[in-house]
Design a protein around this ligand. Structure first.
Ligand SMILES: [Zn+2]
Length: 139
């Protein structure tokens, strides 16, 4: 006499063997930078919060911005200052690129990645799918 599953048990088993659907992809929202231009400087007031939200070091973000804006950075009273005038459109566009390069997994597109350094090379490793790819090391 073969064991019979109830309909609910069958469903339950089915859900267990089905791969987790990507349907839960609540699109990852890139936080918005708050910058203001004062004289010849651009002051970012929320870089720390953004770094926290992205699980990255503030220093790493600041380095990235300085490099991609081809300028130097400074900090004062917990705010990051870039020399030069940079509008918020430009800053947010750079941030979007940062997210693509350093946060989102190249394989599955999820933001659950960590940066690891091995022998001077920086890797982005995905906690969701296990993919690992090299990224630039910001000096
Ligand atoms: Zn992944």
């Amino acid at each position: 006499m073969p064991f019979k599953y109830t309909y609910e048990q069958m469903l339950d088993r089915l859900y267990k063997i089905l791969p987790k659907t990507k349907a839960s992809s609540t699109r990852f929202e890139v936080p918005k930078i708050q910058g203001s231009i004062q004289g010849n400087r651009t002051i970012i007031s929320n870089l720390q919060q953004i770094a926290k939200k992205l699980s990255r070091k503030e220093e790493h973000l600041a380095k990235y911005f300085a490099k991609s804006l081809a300028t130097t950075k400074d900090s004062k009273d917990g705010r990051t200052i870039f020399i030069g005038k940079f509008g918020s459109n430009k800053l947010n566009e750079k941030l979007a690129r940062y997210v693509k390069e350093f946060i989102l997994c190249d394989q599955c597109g999820k933001p659950d990645t960590v940066l690891i350094r091995e022998k001077g090379i920086t890797f982005k490793r995905c906690e969701a799918c296990g993919a690992k790819s090299t990224v630039r090391t910001l000096k």
